[in-house]
Design a protein around this ligand. Structure first.
Ligand code: ADP
Ligand code: ADP
Length: 231
């Protein structure tokens, strides 16, 4: 589903990512772990070309993203959702509007938009929070809104940048449950960047350990839920 081939990203003369090759299969929950500054976030952002690599090839779902014009890249990005450590919701928009924005940008049919937003919010258990603003929500609820927003366009891939690093352990477990449900219900391939081995171990089936912009090791995991709930 995701292939990186000899990808390098430089900031001035510093190689934040140094010739990384990796392949993530369809339906995997794949972890990227490593110390702060290892290049995890940069590598994740290369997977949807939020960062443009200086060398190498990025292929997602059979499309060579690094060859696309900006117009075609916009189109390809519809199938790649992303969530962040600090949720990145728009503060002066309601929960409904935050999810609707991603559909509007993708020119989703207006007549179906309301139903689609509600369906996504139901999926994450927030259908009763439609008119709230982000400031009225807990961290876990904000991340659920962000997940609903990321899912609205039916992505095949969901990129998660430290999705639980702002959350307490219980809420972390709940968000990992939602991500697992996304993977199982829709077959979405999930990539999770985290510096917490507990998080990676509890949900990922494989993970790459990064150090100094390179892959240090790739490990297989028997996901074992140590955190969270089982609703
Ligand atoms: P991680 O997510 O593992 O903490 P990052 O991918 O954020 O690491 O960063 C990897 C390295 O690249 C770090 O040394 C960071 O300082 C550097 N870096 C990241 N983004 C930029 C940027 N926009 N300009 C310069 N250096 C950057
Ligand atoms: P069914 O199980 O009825 O065959 P799907 O599982 O394909 O249908 O989809 C059921 C609902 O979930 C639809 O509204 C669809 O838009 C939505 N859906 C399907 N795939 C995704 C996805 N990757 N992310 C979010 N929603 C999805």
């Amino acid at each position: 589903m995701i292939k990186l081939h000899n990808v390098t990203k430089k900031y001035a003369h510093f190689r934040a990512i140094n010739s990384v090759t990796l392949e993530i299969e369809e339906g995997e929950i794949y972890g990227i772990i490593g110390a702060s500054g290892a290049g995890k976030s940069t590598l994740l952002r290369i997977m949807n070309l939020l960062e443009n690599p200086d060398e190498g090839e990025v292929v997602v779902n059979g499309q060579v993203l690094t060859n696309l014009t900006s117009k075609h890249l916009r189109e390809a990005r519809k199938s790649i959702g992303m969530i962040f450590q600090h949720f990145n919701l728009v503060a002066n928009k309601t929960v409904f509007e935050n999810v609707a924005v991603s559909l509007e940008l993708a020119r989703f049919p207006k007549e179906d938009l309301r139903n689609r937003v509600v369906e996504c919010l139901q999926f994450v258990g927030l259908e009763n929070f439609i008119s709230k603003y982000p400031a009225q929500l807990s961290g876990g609820q904000k991340q659920r809104v962000a997940i609903a927003r990321a899912l609205a366009n039916n992505p095949q891939v969901l990129l998660c940048d430290e999705p639980t690093s702002s959350l307490d352990p219980h809420t972390t477990g709940e968000i990992l449950d939602v991500l697992e449900k996304v993977n199982q219900r829709f077959g979405v391939t999930i990539v999770i960047v985290s510096h917490e081995m507990d998080v990676i171990k509890s949900i990922c089936n494989r993970a790459t350990v990064m150090a100094d912009g390179a892959i240090y090791d790739t490990i297989s995991i028997e996901p074992k839920r140590m955190l969270g709930t089982d609703d």
